[in-house]
Design a protein around this ligand. Sequence first.
Ligand SMILES: [Zn+2]
Length: 128
Amino acid sequence: MHLDDIIKLINGGCMKKRDERRLAENEVIFKQINKDVDGFLHDVGVQNLLVTPFYCECSSLECRERIELTPAEYERIHKSLRHFIVLPGHQIPAIEQVIEQRDNFNVVEKKTEIPSPSEVRHRLKELK
Ligand SMILES: [Zn+2]
C-alpha cells in the first residue's frame, strides 16, 4: 500500500469520529506552536536564512511530521488566518482547499470557521 493511501485512510477514519470543527482546532493548535517558533527566529534575526522544520498543520491529531521552509516564507503564507501548511496528501478536501503546491508541502485555505484564540488555549490545556 502506498503511503498516501494510508494517510487517506487515517484521515478518512478520523472524519467519522471527529467533527469538522475539531479538525480545524487541531490545525490551529499546531499553527500556534509554529508561530511561537517563528516569533523566536524573527526576534533573533535569522528569518530569511534558516530553513526550519515547522510542524505539519494538518487535521490529524497523530501527525507530528515536519515541513522545512524559511521563517520568512512561513510568515508570508500565514498573513491570512485561513491559510495553513500541510504535507502533500494531508489535506482534507471536505474542510480545506489546496491553493498553492510546493515541492515539499501544500498551502491550504480553510472552508470552515476558524476557532478563536481562547478556544485554542482551552484545547492546548486538554492536550497537556
Ligand atoms: Zn500532517
